[in-house]
Design a protein around this ligand. Sequence first.
Ligand SMILES: NC(=O)C1=CN([C@@H]2O[C@H](COP(=O)(O)OP(=O)(O)OC[C@H]3O[C@@H](n4cnc5c(N)ncnc54)[C@H](OP(=O)(O)O)[C@@H]3O)[C@@H](O)[C@H]2O)C=CC1
Ligand SMILES: CC(=O)C(=O)O
Ligand SMILES: [Mg+2]
Length: 597
Amino acid sequence: MFSSCRTCGTVFELRRVGESLSVIGGMGFTLQERQVLGIHGLLPPCYRDQDKQMQLIRLNIDKYQEPINKYTYLMGLLERNEKLFFRFLSENVEDMMPIVYTPTVGLACQNYGLILRNPRGLFITIHDKGNVLEILNNWPENEVKAIVVTDGERILGLGDLGAYGMGIPVGKLALFTVLAKVDPRQCLPITLDVGTNNQQLLDDPFYIGLRQRRVTGREYDEFIDEFMQACVKRFGRNCLIQFEDFGNHNAFRLLDKYRNEYCTFNDDIQGTAAVCVAGVLASLRATKTRLSDHLIVFQGAGEASLGIAELCVKAMKTEGTSDADARSKIWLVDSKGLIVKNRPEGGISEHKAKFAHNRAPIKTLTEVVKTLKPSILIGAAAIGGAFTTEILQTMAANNKQPVIFALSNPTSKAECTAEAAYTHTNGTCIFASGSPFPPFTHNGKTHYPGQGNNAYIFPGLALGVISAGIRHVDEDLFLLSAKVRLYCIKSYRIDLSSSKLAEPLLILRTLYPKTCWSLADIVTEKDLDMGSLYPPLKTIQDCSLKIAVKIVEAAYKTGIASVLPEPDDIEAYIKSLLYDYHYSPAIPKVYEWPTKL
Ligand SMILES: NC(=O)C1=CN([C@@H]2O[C@H](COP(=O)(O)OP(=O)(O)OC[C@H]3O[C@@H](n4cnc5c(N)ncnc54)[C@H](OP(=O)(O)O)[C@@H]3O)[C@@H](O)[C@H]2O)C=CC1
Ligand SMILES: CC(=O)C(=O)O
Ligand SMILES: [Mg+2]
């Protein structure tokens, strides 16, 4: 026998294991609930309210030394008691985000076969081709509004992890709820298993995916097409489909193929660009420069780097710089060296070619930095430690305040640590990283590195898209998100309702990135002095709501909202949709009759 109570936060399941009946869940049921539900006696007599349970979770979490054990414990909690899990994470974002997200989620993915207890999400394999809709129909929730999908080919900077990559959609969607209060029942993590080329996984006795090499070409494309169509059939046109950690060769072309047809976006290209450019623009306040004054070198020329590079071009153009001049200030290094025209080694895709300049090739990043003398150095190539002491010292020698972003995840892949960045630039650099680093004190000054991670964008964006029923994720929505994100850095001194944020999206279209420029003005000297280009994690939930409000307002103004009629009070409307992680009564309220009839 198996049953569950969906109205109560404490997941209520009666499971017959052999002949014994057990209640899966905590002791959050009151005596009355236990009697009405028929579970009285199946739990110890003690009643623990959610506050008490929170204390217990904290005690248990703190017992574990290793982050991976904390992750496993938390995933167990998610299985047992969803509301408690989300409350605990929501109220402990700063120390729990690095556990359920980067860096720990990377290690969890690498060991998924070992730590997986109850699988979460949908696994659709290439052998299900022709029947994808049937698999989606097996998902028990009908009101799915957001899907995060991966094919596991480029999991963080860890490469092809095949079906083990499921940890990423699960983690990203947990952040939808933790950071933007999207109802977890509206979220669906999906892994499209087309095989893996990772021999270690193919040999791993605990591997959970298909033991075959990746299917590519037409069969792959038809499979993804079928998946997209099936999602719309099952969950409607408004269902947001977030592509996450696809291999580079698929990510760009799938985005180009689907961006105008579906409610979809690629987080690694678009979300990353928004958050990184916001940080770069904020750094200009510290350096008191224009973006066009800078020369930017990227280590990596993939999804993240090219997305950011294109958005930087847009930002420079609003400063009056021509497209050609803007591109001439941006240089990218890939696995074959500096991207230059007619490079003998080749390997220059259509997207990279837009940044291929006329000059002799250079092989190493060290030589590139010494020769081109960039003022901004951005790493997104998953080569841990690529920003060597020599490179960092060269950046410091050539610039008063070098801007250094080590965006690769997880921490082991970061181009340098915060400590290395501050130490080898003698405390002069402006630093941000994809995975979190603790504050670092150098020569008596404490620096607080910001986390340049797309997690600052996608949860609020998703909440806005879901709330308004937006059918198409316009590029401008990212710009709007980036803009609000930066406003949120100092939202306590800005009246959002009367700010320029109320401008309709159409106006934004023409104003951006001029508008983006103004965002950098919001960061105070004190913030910059502390080294923070991004707001503290503890403000991220509030900011996600603000992003959503502005997206919904813009959606109604520009007619891209499909939820009608337009609510009078948009913020109140969004708040009414938000997930509440507190328990609701497990049994209906008892109405009292008047004493005198
Ligand atoms: N902070 C954040 O929010 C985000 C961080 N990231 C991180 O960025 C990293 C890269 O992701 P993504 O851009 O999507 O990956 P891609 O696979 O799309 O790109 C990787 C790039 O790195 C290049 N590369 C590989 N080896 C070297 C090398 N030795 N020297 C120089 N370049 C090299 C590749 O070159 P080639 O083209 O020749 O193969 C490619 O251009 C990952 O670690 C990921 O976790 C990604 C998204 C968001
Ligand atoms: C953060 C993220 O999306 C990545 O590293 O892939
Ligand atoms: Mg990603």
